[in-house]
Design a protein around this ligand. Structure first.
Ligand code: FES
Ligand code: FES
Length: 162
């Protein structure tokens, strides 16, 4: 018999039956239809499946569903909309930073995790934040430029002292 757990995904509450071995990535993709987080290595090593759990980036492939009971999960689908994209989504498009695009969801999640606490990241900060995200197309330089551009936009939107 499987139990149920409750979790919030992109602001929406879900009560889900939990087969003992279910992982978060499988549930997001195959039960909730949220396909942005991708399956890459399945071992927590490539970053393709990253999501935010209570604001922290985590590999969904390596996270059992029971571990996120009662927590708040954000996927790329929850970052912005086509009409109102998140600054990182806009910046990645403007810098044409995607080649195959397979890594990009995880990269957006890592970048958002960085930018939500640091809108003045140095290149070293950006590299450290993306260190666990593999991109085998070699789009790294354009991705770095996109994170810098998103940081600029976020800074411009910050309230300034008169
Ligand atoms: S698929 Fe999860 S880290 Fe690679
Ligand atoms: S754009 Fe292809 S893996 Fe990064």
């Amino acid at each position: 018999m499987s139990e149920s757990i409750e979790l919030r995904v992109n602001g929406q509450c879900h009560v889900l039956p939990v087969p003992g071995n279910a992982n978060l990535l499988d549930v997001l993709r195959n039960r909730l239809g949220l396909k942005a987080a991708r399956f890459g290595c399945g071992e927590g090593l490539c970053g393709a499946c990253r999501v935010l759990v209570d604001g922290q980036p985590m590999p969904a492939c390596d996270t059992p569903l029971w571990a996120v009971a009662g927590r708040s999960v954000t996927t790329v689908e929850g970052l912005g909309t086509p009409q109102k994209p998140h600054p990182i989504q806009k910046a990645l498009i403007e810098e044409q930073a995607m080649q195959c695009g397979y890594c990009i969801s995880g990269i957006m999640i890592s970048a958002v995790a960085l930018l939500q606490t640091n809108t003045h990241p140095s290149d070293a900060d950006i590299r450290a934040a993306l260190d666990d995200n593999l991109c085998r197309c070699g789009a790294h330089n354009r991705i770095l430029r996109a994170v810098r551009r998103a940081a600029e936009e976020l800074r411009a939107a910050e309230p300034h002292d008169a």
